[in-house]
Design a protein around this ligand. Structure first.
Ligand code: FE2
Length: 365
């Protein structure tokens, strides 16, 4: 095509023209041929060799092509480098984000584990207060919510079925039915509860002289689940009285050794006003002021007091030993209504020497 386009031009100029093959194939198109023809005319008029025109044109084209190729390669290299750098940066950022996320998750897991441990350590003992209207006795059901093990303190025989039903409803495993002392005003429900809730065992202090599956001494610890009750001797109301102290939950079950704004009478069951006040102070009122105190009875509807209250407001236990003895000897209390029935029965865990109606009730179980 190029040769055909140039032929008329060459003929016009009347000059000899040679188009070398190695260059001619690089020149394509009529427009290019037209441009070259115009250059030939100008060159032929100037008398230059036509062959040189093609050589210069091709050299320019080759240089341009090489420059373009170099530019393209440089651009490619730069693009590749930029992309690689960006990819590396993105990957690094993603890795850092994942590391941060993993660290945060690990921290959350550790915090949750700590929370669980703390909850287990400080878990609140469930304290259910039960009441017997006839004898004004408080029965306490203490349970470890985690293990479901429980103890029942100072149960009353007439209400043993209520207590057993409650234990079953709450899904508890009753470990001990225990007493703070041998009661004179009611028969303990320990014996009947052992029949109603198979597996539980009766517990009382050794010095009480009463029969039981487990006898405890001053300083011993009664456990249920992860909870503990320290046994502290507090004689005076009876010789065998003990107080159960739950240090973890900061409360004490005082039995009759300390009542709200009062104390149990000291004129029966080897009771002694002379020995009463000292152990109450050393074993109960020596606890921190914030300790809650739960008595075995209350006759006016009060349910709880504290060490701080009783240290300042108890009308008997705040007095001197001599004043206390005088107060206790002048109470003028009537003979305990149920003492003749309760004491013999309670000496044997409330299982024997029962009145006929209760004996029949027990025989049915
Ligand atoms: Fe009592």
């Amino acid at each position: 095509m190029l040769r055909g386009a140039l032929r008329p031009v060459i003929a016009q100029t009347g000059r000899h023209c040679t188009i070398s093959k190695p260059y001619s194939h690089t020149i394509k198109g009529k427009e290019q041929a037209g441009a070259i023809a115009a250059s030939l005319r100008r060159f032929s008029q100037a008398g230059g060799p036509v062959t040189m025109i093609f050589r210069q044109y091709v050299v320019v084209v080759k240089v341009v092509v090489k420059v373009v190729i170099v530019v393209i390669v440089v651009v490619e290299v730069m693009v590749v480098m930029v992309v690689e750098v960006m990819v590396v940066m993105v990957v690094e950022v993603m890795v850092e984000v994942m590391v941060v996320v993993m660290v945060v998750m690990e921290v959350v897991v550790v915090v949750m584990e700590v929370v669980v441990v703390v909850m287990e350590v400080v878990v609140v003992v469930e304290v259910v207060k039960l009441f017997d209207r006839d004898s004004c006795t408080y029965t306490y059901l203490l349970a470890d919510p985690n293990t479901k093990e429980a103890v029942l303190v100072d149960p009353v025989i007439e209400l043993a079925e209520r207590d057993a039903k409650l234990v079953k409803e709450m899904g508890l495993s009753l470990k001990y039915v225990m007493n703070t002392h041998v009661h004179a005003d009611h028969i303990t429900g320990s014996g009947l509860l052992k029949k109603l809730v198979p597996g539980c065992r009766s517990l009382i202090s050794q010095v009480s002289g009463a029969t039981a599956d487990v006898h405890v001494h001053h300083g011993e610890v009664v456990t249920f689940g992860k909870q503990q009750l320290e046994v502290r001797r507090t004689p005076g109301h009876t010789y065998g009285c003990v107080t159960y102290v739950c240090h973890n939950e900061k409360f004490a079950l005082t039995g009759d050794a300390l009542l709200i704004r009062g104390c149990g009478r000291t004129d029966f069951q080897e009771g002694s006003s002379e020995t009463c006040i000292s152990p109450v102070h050393s074993q109960i009122l020596s606890l921190p002021d914030t300790f809650a105190l739960y008595p075995a009875h209350d006759y006016v509807g009060q349910t709880v007091t504290s060490v701080a209250e009783e240290k300042t407001l108890n009308p008997r236990l705040t007095k001197s030993k001599e004043e206390f003895i005088t107060i206790m000897s002048n109470l003028g209390l009537a003979y305990p209504r149920k003492i003749d029935v309760s004491l013999p029965a309670n000496k044997v865990c409330g299982l024997y020497n029962l009145p006929e109606d209760l004996a029949a009730k027990l025989a049915d179980k």
